[in-house]
Design a protein around this ligand. Structure first.
Ligand code: GTP
Ligand code: SPV
Ligand code: MN
Length: 600
C-alpha cells in the first residue's frame, strides 16, 4: 500500500477501518488522471459503469443503481448526537453507542472481497478560508469517480491538511450487500464522523455532499459562526456589467439547478442581462471583513436531476453534461449508445431502448417511464457555459438577497418580501413544500421543510433557527459600525401555483428572471412595494411583462393572498413549532403572532 500521507491522525483512523472492514486491497486516491483512467477502465470491465458513445458523449459513462436504491432514504438517516434533544424532533436519532455498535456489526469484514479506496477531498476551493477537508473510505469505484467530479480530491488535499492536523471529517462507506433492511446513514456530529452502509445512491454515499456539507457542516457552522445551507448561488449581470449575487433555498427537486443556470427572456438578453452560476445545491456562508455575508459553493460539480432538463428548459445544464459526465438511472438508447430521459426531447428518438431498470423499453407501447424520476447526471461545474468567473473565488461572493421557495399549489404567492431579517427567518422557518422523488417515499405530499433543510439540518432545528437570528444580529452589529445595513434582503418565491386543472400557471424556468429582476430592484431601492399581511408584494406594474403571454389579471392572481388558506397555514406553523417544546426562539413566535394578528 502506497500511503499518501504521514498524518498520524489519518493513519490511525485508517488502521481502525481496515481492521473493521478487512479489505482485500487498499488504494489511496491521488487524483491523478492516470489513476482515474485506470479505475474507469476497471469499472467498465466489471460492468459497474458502461462507456457511452465516445464521439457524441466524450468521456461519459452510464450507471444503474439497485432498484431499491434510487433516492435518499430519510427514514434510514440518523443524527447520532450524545443527547437526543440535540438531534431535535425533526431528525431520526440513535445514541452514538448504539449506532457505532450496529454499524460495526454491519461493516465487519464488509470489504473482504473488495478493494478499499481512500479518497481525500476538499469541500471548497483548495486553500480557501471557507474550505474543509474530508476523507471518504469506500468500496465503490462509482463513488470514487463521482467524488472526483463533485469535489476536489487527491494529494493536493492532504498537502493542504498537513502532517499534524486532526481537522477532517471521517467518512466510511460500504455497499455491503445493498440490503435495504441494513441500510443506514449515521452522522456523529460530535466526532465529525459519517458511516453509510448498504446503499450506492448518490445522496447516501457521496459523503461530501449532504452528509458533510450540510449535516456535519451545520454543526461546524453553529460552533464557528457561519452557515451551511441547501442553496444555489447565482450572479445577475446588468447591462452596465455590474453583478449582484443571490442565494436561494428550494427543497430537493424544486428548481435550484434550473434557477442557477437560467437564460433570461429575450427581452432581457438583448439588453445585456446575464445569469452566472456559482453553485446549484449548497452554499457555505460567512461574514466577510466588510460585514456583509459572503457565500461559496463547496462543491466542484452538479449532481442534477435529469428529467425535465432539455434544450428549452435548461440548455446550460445540458451543455454541462455533453462531456465528462456520469449518468445514473436514465434510459439508454441502444441505436447509438446515448442517453435519454423524459423532457430531454418530446419523444425518444427510437423505440430501441432500455429503461432505467435495464429492461427493453418501447415508449410507444409502455406506460412506464424510461428514466427514473430521480435519475441524475454528475457533471463538472467547469463544463457549464454560464459558470461564474467567481465560482472558485476563495473569499466567496457577497449576497444581496436570499430567496426561499417551494412547491405550493395554492398558498404562497409568486413572490413576496420579508419586512426585515427576523421576519425573513420566520418565512424560512415556515416553509412548506410538496415532496418529490429526490427522497424515497410518497411524492406530492405537503410537508413543512424549513429553509429546505428538513432532511439536512444536523442538529435541533429550533437551535438552527436561533443561529440564523444570531447571524443576522452579528451582521447588523458589523454594519452599524460601517453605517449601512449590509444584511441581504429576504424573499419567498413560488413557481408552482396551479389552476383548477392542476396546471402550473406561471411559465417558470427562464421567465423566473422577471422575478429576480424585481428582487434586485428592491435591493437597490428602485421600486416600491405593497405591504400586505404576509410582507411586501410587488405592484403588478413593476413586474416586467414584455413578451410574456400572461395577462395582468393572471399576475395579480399569482400575487394574491387567500386569507383563509393563510390562517390554515399559520395553524400548521404553530403545530410545527409546538413539536419543539418551547425551544423556538421568541423572535419567531412573535413573528407568528404578528402574522395571525395581521390575518384577523
Ligand atoms: P436537488 O438537486 O434535488 O436539490 O434539486 P433542485 O432544486 O436543483 O431541482 P432542479 O432544478 O433539478 O428541478 C427539479 C425539477 O423541477 C425538474 O424536473 C425541473 O424541470 C422542475 N422545475 C425547475 N424549475 C421549474 C420552474 O420554474 N417551473 C416548473 N414548473 N418546474 C420547474
Ligand atoms: C437532493 O436530494 O437535494 C439532492 C440530491 O441534491 S442528493 O445528493 O441525493 O441529496
Ligand atoms: Mn439538493
Amino acid at each position: 500500500m502506497n500511503k499518501l500521507t504521514n498524518n498520524k491522525n489519518i493513519l490511525a483512523w485508517i488502521d481502525e477501518v481496515i481492521k473493521l472492514t478487512n479489505p482485500k486491497d487498499i488504494m489511496w486516491i491521488d487524483g491523478s488522471d492516470k489513476q482515474i483512467n485506470m479505475l474507469t477502465k476497471e469499472a467498465c470491465d466489471t460492468n459497474e459503469i458502461m462507456a457511452l458513445n465516445q464521439e457524441k458523449l466524450p468521456n461519459c459513462y452510464y450507471h444503474r443503481t439497485n432498484e431499491n436504491d434510487v433516492a435518499r432514504m430519510e427514514d434510514r438517516t440518523f443524527i447520532c448526537s450524545r443527547k437526543e434533544i440535540d438531534a431535535g424532533p425533526t431528525n431520526n436519532w440513535k445514541s452514538p453507542e448504539d449506532a457505532y455498535a450496529l454499524g460495526k456489526s454491519i461493516f465487519k469484514d464488509s470489504m473482504k472481497d473488495r478493494t478499499m479506496y481512500i479518497i481525500p477531498y476538499c469541500m471548497g476551493p483548495i486553500g480557501s478560508p471557507f474550505s474543509k477537508v474530508g476523507i471518504e473510505v469506500t468500496d465503490s469505484i462509482y463513488v470514487v469517480l463521482n467524488m472526483n467530479i463533485m469535489t476536489r480530491i487527491g494529494k493536493q488535499v492532504l498537502n493542504m491538511l498537513g502532517q499534524e492536523s486532526n481537522d477532517f471529517v471521517r467518512g466510511l462507506h460500504s455497499k455491503c450487500e445493498l440490503d435495504k433492511e441494513k441500510r443506514y446513514i449515521f452522522h456523529f456530529p460530535e466526532d465529525n464522523t459519517i458511516w453509510s452502509c448498504n446503499s450506492a445512491y448518490g445522496g447516501n454515499v457521496l459523503l461530501g455532499k449532504k452528509c458533510f456539507a450540510l449535516r456535519i457542516a451545520t454543526n461546524l457552522g453553529r460552533k464557528e459562526s457561519w452557515m451551511a445551507e441547501h442553496m444555489l448561488i447565482l450572479g445577475i449581470e446588468n447591462p452596465q456589467g455590474e453583478v449582484k449575487y443571490i442565494a436561494a433555498a428550494f427543497p430537493s427537486a424544486c428548481g435550484k439547478t434550473n434557477l442557477a443556470m437560467l437564460i433570461p427572456p429575450e427581452a432581457y438578453t438583448k439588453k445585456g442581462y446575464k445569469i452566472w452560476t456559482v453553485g446549484d445545491d449548497i452554499a457555505w456562508i460567512r461574514i466577510g471583513d466588510d460585514g456583509r455575508l459572503y457565500a461559496i459553493n463547496p462543491e466542484a460539480g452538479f449532481f442534477g436531476v435529469a428529467p425535465g432538463t432539455g434544450r428549452n428548459s435548461n440548455p446550460n445544464a445540458l451543455s454541462a453534461t455533453s462531456k465528462d459526465t456520469i449518468f445514473t438511472n436514465v434510459a439508454l438508447n441502444l441505436d447509438d449508445n446515448t442517453v435519454w430521459w423524459e423532457g430531454l426531447t418530446k419523444t425518444p428518438p427510437t423505440t430501441n431502448m432500455l429503461d432505467w431498470k435495464g429492461n427493453p423499453w418501447n415508449y410507444k407501447e409502455s406506460s412506464e417511464k424510461g428514466a427514473h424520476p430521480n435519475s441524475r447526471f454528475t457533471a463538472p461545474a467547469k463544463n457549464c457555459p454560464c459558470i461564474s468567473s467567481e465560482w472558485e473565488n476563495p473569499n466567496g461572493v457577497p449576497l444581496s438577497a436570499i430567496i426561499f421557495g417551494g412547491r405550493r399549489a395554492k398558498t404562497a404567492p409568486l413572490v413576496y418580501e420579508a419586512r426585515d431579517w427576523n421576519h425573513g427567518v420566520f418565512i424560512g422557518s415556515a416553509m412548506a413544500s410538496e415532496t418529490t422523488a429526490a427522497a424515497a417515499g410518497k411524492v406530492g405530499v405537503v410537508r413543512r421543510d424549513p429553509m429546505a433543510m428538513l432532511p439536512f439540518c444536523g442538529y435541533n432545528m429550533a437551535d438552527y433557527f436561533a443561529h440564523w437570528i444570531e447571524m443576522g444580529a452579528k451582521v447588523d452589529k458589523a454594519s452599524k459600525v460601517a453605517k449601512a445595513n449590509k444584511l441581504p434582503k429576504i424573499f419567498n418565491v413560488n413557481w408552482f401555483r396551479t389552476d383548477e386543472d392542476g396546471k402550473f400557471i406561471w411559465p417558470g424556468y427562464g421567465e423566473n428572471f422577471r422575478i429576480l429582476d424585481w428582487i434586485i430592484k428592491r435591493c437597490e431601492n428602485k421600486v416600491d412595494a405593497k405591504e400586505v399581511e404576509i410582507g411586501y408584494v410587488p405592484n403588478v406594474d413593476d413586474i416586467n411583462m414584455e413578451d410574456l403571454s400572461l395577462s395582468k389579471e393572471t399576475i395579480e392572481d399569482l400575487l394574491s393572498i387567500d386569507k383563509d388558506l393563510w390562517l390554515e397555514d399559520s395553524k400548521g406553523i404553530e403545530e410545527f413549532y409546538a413539536k419543539f417544546n418551547g425551544r423556538i426562539p421568541k423572535e419567531l413566535t412573535d413573528e407568528l403572532n404578528n402574522l395571525k394578528n395581521n390575518l384577523k
